[in-house]
Design a protein around this ligand. Structure first.
Ligand code: FAD
Ligand code: NAP
Length: 458
């Protein structure tokens, strides 16, 4: 390429901002597109994108020290688990501090991304056409997809049999507990949204909040033995995950006991084999009888919900805290495959068919998201600047296959194994990968497919 790479970045949440910063540092010509009117993505509930899932009581559930970007620590005087409002302010500060707003076209949604030139393994070989909702199309050497994956509500599919005559909302719509005042509330799910919403609702609802758990989960409090619980995870990072699991689960058992003690079903897998559910407050509401556990739903019948144990309750509002679908509507199935959750990516960044289509943030981390997207952004920028060369396509595919098999063994086949990353391992691995790619770039005879390879070859 005889010019700095021209790169489209879609989304200006934590992932898109980290990508824009890394790209600006390698001299790329970056253009950011953001549907909303501000940076910060889902953390700012007033974001005009309408995609934020942030409710008034939302706080980080990963601790400040484990969540902050390495390039911009969170203020020392902040609590260990800051509010969503503080996090949104932090991301706005990050954009300001690194002067990223100048790259971003706010209030502009990308509606289509199509490749016009065939592409290859080196940057500059593809031409990508990016079309916005305003009808403009611009061309780029590469596209970084950073559109987030926690904004498209996943309703039960297929829905439960029967008809419900009360109100139904998805967790994504929830903002303040007042909407539950004097209502009989059923919250479905055992993820972090379910726990937070059940707790909030339990202070204003009519009678205890019902929590429908079709599976058990380990619930980790925010503090264990006087420290943020994920700090303990960090201290154990060098150990194999099975050993980490045994140590952490033993500590959790000693400190709080198993979920069955609180009326929840027993988890089917061990700690770290599911997305962590982190809550200090749900144990308190459960032990006070203000949140009461129900099993999975069997059917709906007017204002009644029937459960799999044969019991039933009258309910005014069902909150489906059933998670989010991965949606990338501007990319065709040609790139996404039949299921975007199962799309293979080398190091969760590079599309296997054309590495000038890159992803930042399309992963499910065992810990915080920001250090992961920061490391991904740096790897992407190193590749696009020519400082990093990928291994051969065959090696990329083999590495993805190995990672996938390991993830299936750990998380099982149904829990997005392709997207899983072990936070500490992954954040430590990407700088090593960048260094290995720099060696490949410096040694064209290794046949790596780097830009320098191609230049030397002609
Ligand atoms: C309720 C909730 C709480 C969470 N708590 C934590 C936590 O405690 N710790 C943690 O580490 N992680 C947490 N997460 C995970 C969270 O996803 C990450 O922290 C982080 O927000 C991911 O950033 P992102 O940029 O990938 O996505 P987002 O923040 O969703 O940003 C994506 C951006 O892309 C924009 N966009 C999407 N499509 C388009 C398009 N077509 N054109 C233009 N722009 C587009 C969106 O408007 C949005 O601004 C939480 C998630 C949720 C839902
Ligand atoms: N900072 C915070 O405090 C905070 C708060 C909220 C969310 N978050 C984050 O936001 C992301 C999304 O979390 P989330 O809790 O909204 O979603 P989630 O983690 O995907 O959890 C969804 C829950 O819904 C259940 N479920 C899914 N489909 C169901 C169905 N058809 N019937 C019954 N139950 C069903 C799942 O149970 P099964 O296991 O049985 O499928 C699971 O318990 C996560 O990364 C989470 O950490 C963080």
């Amino acid at each position: 390429m005889d010019h700095p790479p021209r790169v489209a970045v879609i989304g200006a949440g934590a992932a898109g901002l980290a990508a824009l910063k890394a790209l600006s540092e390698v001299g790329a010509e970056a253009v950011g597109y953001e549907s909303g009117d501000r940076p910060g993505g889902l953390w700012d509930r007033d974001n005009s994108s309408g995609r934020s899932a942030a409710y008034a009581s939302l706080h980080l559930n990963t601790s400040k020290g484990r969540t902050e970007f390495a390039d911009l620590p969170m203020p020392g005087e902040w609590p260990d688990y800051p509010s969503a409002e503080l996090v949104a302010g932090y991301l706005a500060d990050y954009a300001r501090f690194f002067d990223l707003d100048r790259y971003v076209r706010y209030d502009t949604s990308v509606v289509a991304v199509e490749r016009e030139e065939p592409g290859g393994q080196a940057p500059g070989e593809a031409v990508w056409a990016v079309t916005t909702d305003e009808g403009d199309t611009e061309r780029f050497d590469a596209v970084v997809v950073a559109n987030g994956h926690n904004w498209d509500p996943r309703w039960p599919d297929p829905g439960y049999p029967g008809t419900f005559t009360g109100e139904q909302v998805h967790a994504h719509e929830y903002r303040v507990a007042e909407v539950f005042r004097d209502r009989r509330v059923l919250v479905v799910g055992t993820g972090n949204s379910a726990m937070d919403i059940a707790v909030d609702a339990s202070y204003v609802s009519r009678g205890p909040v019902l929590l429908s758990a079709r599976h058990g989960v380990h619930i980790v409090p925010k503090y264990l033995f006087g420290r943020p619980s994920d700090a303990t995870g960090g201290a154990l990072a060098a150990l194999p995950w099975r050993l980490r699991q045994w140590i952490a689960q033993t500590m959790l058992g000693l400190a709080v006991g198993g979920p069955e003690r609180y009326g929840l079903p027993a988890p089917s897998g061990g700690l770290f084999q599911n997305h962590p559910t982190i809550s200090d407050t749900v144990h308190h509401r459960l032990t006070h009888g203000e949140v009461v556990v129900r099993p999975g739903i069997e059917r709906l019948d007017g204002d009644r919900v029937h459960f799999t144990d044969g019991g039933s309750d009258r309910v005014d509002t069902i909150v489906w805290a059933t998670g989010y679908r991965v949606s990338i509507p501007f990319l065709s199935e040609r790139w996404l495959g039949p299921d975007p959750e199962a799309m293979p990516l080398y190091k969760r960044v590079f599309h296997l068919d054309d590495p000038s289509l890159l992803f930042v943030g399309l992963m499910q981390s065992t810990g915080a998201a920001f250090p992961v997207v920061e490391a991904q952004a740096k790897l992407a920028a190193a590749y696009l600047s020519g400082a990093y060369a990928l291994p051969s396509p065959e090696r990329q595919r083999a590495a993805v296959g190995r990672a996938h098999r390991a993830a299936v063994r750990r998380w099982g086949p149904d829990k997005r194994p392709m997207m899983r990353v072990d936070f500490d391992r992954y954040v430590a691995d990407l700088p090593r990968e960048t260094a290995a790619g720099a060696r490949r770039a410096a040694n064209p005879t290794a046949g790596t497919g780097s830009r320098r390879d191609k230049e030397n070859a002609v």
